[in-house]
Design a protein around this ligand. Structure first.
Ligand SMILES: Nc1ncnc2c1ncn2[C@@H]1O[C@H](COP(=O)(O)OP(=O)(O)OP(=O)(O)O)[C@@H](O)[C@H]1O
Ligand SMILES: [Mg+2]
Length: 158
């Protein structure tokens, strides 16, 4: 259980942005890559259609992922070659929507990517696998406000 004090700390550390189109969400993602050096885990939470994959596509574009990012709904986990400046990294996209137990996600090898500074790991529906994510995971929470408006709350310090 979270204490009131912890809850307060989390609120102080979260920033938020409202986007009014998919392009604006992509642009926010492109801007967000400035925070990435390799080694980050981004935990995306939010309802169906709230913009998690759109955000992921923006990241992938800026990190020069050559393949098209699809929703790996049946694959659960998909690694891509990417780059941060001139450093080669792996961009790993996880969609945990269909994960029913931690074993499901362990069985596709997620642990191989949890502690690597040459990996950027992006997890949709990360709330389903919270138990195995490290403390310094960067959280982004997506909320649908109306047809074209999304609110994205994200960790401020990272
Ligand atoms: N401001 C916005 N930001 C992002 N997407 C938007 C926005 N406004 C409208 N949309 C639309 O909302 C949908 C977002 O879909 P997306 O696949 O990114 O969501 P998701 O959170 O990944 O959903 P799922 O949980 O099904 O994987 C797209 O159809 C997109 O065109
Ligand atoms: Mg998605």
């Amino acid at each position: 259980m979270m204490t009131k004090r912890e809850n307060y700390d989390i609120m102080l550390c979260m920033k938020e942005i409202t986007t009014k189109s998919p392009e604006e969400t992509m642009n926010f993602a492109i801007d967000f890559t400035k925070r990435l050096k390799g080694g980050e885990i981004l935990a995306l939470e939010g309802d169906l259609g709230s913009g998690k994959t759109t955000f992921t596509k923006g990241l992938a574009e800026e990190l020069r992922v050559s393949d098209t990012i699809t929703s790996p709904t049946f694959v659960l986990l998909k690694p891509y070659e990417a780059k941060i400046a001139d450093k080669k990294i792996e961009f790993v996209h996880v969609d945990a929507y269909r994960v029913e137990s931690i074993e499901d996600i362990k069985s596709v090898g997620i642990e191989d990517y949890l502690d690597r500074d040459d990996v950027v790991l992006v997890i949709e529906w990360a709330d389903k696998i919270k138990g195995i994510l490290p403390k310094d995971t960067i959280e982004l929470k997506f909320t649908t406000m109306d047809e074209n408006e999304r609110k994205i709350k994200y960790d401020f310090n990272n």
